[in-house]
Design a protein around this ligand. Structure first.
Ligand SMILES: Cc1ncc(COP(=O)(O)O)c(C=O)c1O
Length: 390
């Protein structure tokens, strides 16, 4: 008997995040002595700031070793609410905030809340691959909307609104975006919020995990700015990128009052609560000095500038200037090779780890993603290696 044939059928629908397998391959090559430059990673190359680490250690020493409230410690939910008030001038009750082990959890929760057979969920493509995977797992139909280069990898609200039908239950958006570095202008977000007035049963999930990495052209706008959709808006955010805390596994969701109870039940069923000491570190992250955030933003901005300028000097590559997050997403169609071929050539022949655009959905063909989460020297060396190959 092959046990795999007896597993639940829905597991066939699970996708994955190829960035992790590129990382594993890059590490293997490095362990064999190859000099690898890793531009495949989706996490800041900074350490978590010292005062945040100390707060986590102190929490452990102070005896915070047990379960916490499944929704998160009350002082953290209050502080997230204050942070939103400070940054966006929007009042959100702590009772709508759910602390979770990583922003990714909110994607899964949204898909579980709104997705099932005969429902449709719209999502960005190319986009973070977990959207499509979670939608498929929920049993709903995953309906991509294209982020195209000629629109600066933004979306048109009209295009999304046109795709809504009676089965549509959820729309996922992400700005600043992984993998494209695109930022959706406020006017499109406003149009989307207004257009959704006609579809009162459609929930919107806005993934704002890169909100503090914006390079100043199209500034970040939170969907919380539009009161008309707040009663069916889910926000995904967290500490992973903003405070270089990917390994702490910390994130939060803001849920409409009516959906909160189900989200809380999902949390109780799946993870009980978030690591207690990590929650105290998260508290310090929001309450302590914020210069670490602006330092990272300025650093990513400078590296993105270097990277996209130099990518444009490579034969067969053209690259738009990223507006946020920390990725460049050059068009490589003129090389006459597929995204996966380019990804493999770069890693196997010249030791540069990148991620094929197709890892982010079918509309990612013709592109590769390079992360700015590496030093300027490493970025320049990587691009030099690429230049000598093409
Ligand atoms: C767009 C996007 N959303 C969510 C996440 C997940 O973040 P976390 O590590 O907090 O789960 C990522 C991580 O790469 C991401 O790129």
């Amino acid at each position: 008997m092959n046990i795999i044939h007896h597993t639940a059928h829905r597991n066939l629908n699970l996708g994955t995040e190829t960035a992790f397998s590129v990382l594993a391959r890059a590490n293997k090559l490095a362990s064999e002595g190859k000099k690898i430059i890793n531009l495949g990673i989706g996490q800041p190359d900074f350490q978590t700031p010292e005062h945040i680490v100390e707060a986590g250690i102190k929490a452990l020493r102070d005896g915070h070793h047990g379960y916490t409230q499944s929704t998160g410690i009350p002082q953290l939910r209050e502080t997230v609410s204050d942070d939103i008030e400070r940054r966006h001038k929007v009042n959100i009750s702590p009772d709508q905030i759910l602390i979770v082990p990583g922003g990714k959890v909110i994607i899964f929760f949204s898909a579980m809340l709104m997705g099932e057979k005969n429902k449709e969920i719209l999502y960005p493509n190319p986009g973070f691959p977990i959207y499509e995977s979670a939608i498929n797992y929920s049993g709903a139909k995953a309906v991509p909307y294209k982020l195209s280069e000629d629109m600066g990898f933004s979306f048109s609200a009209d295009d999304i609104l046109k795709k809504i039908n009676k089965n549509t239950s959820l729309i996922i958006i992400n700005s600043p975006a992984n993998p494209t570095g695109g930022v959706v202008p406020k006017i499109e977000l406003e149009k989307l919020a207004k257009g959704l007035q006609e579809y009162p049963n459609v929930v919107l999930m806005s993934d704002e995990i890169y909100d503090q990495f914006c390079f100043g052209e199209d500034n970040f706008t939170t969907m919380l700015s539009f009161p008309e959709i707040r009663d069916r808006l889910i926000i995904l955010n967290g500490w992973s990128k903003t405070y270089a805390m990917t390994g702490w596994r910390l994130g939060y969701g803001i849920f409409p009052v009516k959906l909160y109870e189900i989200a809380e039940k999902l949390a109780v069923n799946i993870h009980s609560c978030v690591n207690a000491s990590a929650q105290f570190a998260a508290l310090e992250a929001l309450k302590g000095p914020q210069d670490c955030v602006s330092h990272m933003n300025n650093t990513f901005k400078k590296r993105a500038e270097i990277m996209y300028t130099q990518l444009n000097e490579i034969e067969g590559f053209t690259c738009q200037k990223p507006k946020g997050a920390f990725y460049c997403f050059p068009n490589i169609t003129e090389t006459n090779k597929s995204a996966t071929e380019i990804q493999n050539i770069l890693l196997d022949q010249i030791g540069v780890a990148t991620v094929a655009g197709t890892s982010f959905g079918k509309f990612g063909e013709g592109y590769i993603r390079l992360s700015c989460a590496n030093s300027e020297e490493a970025i320049e060396e990587a691009i030099l290696r690429i230049k000598t190959t093409f």
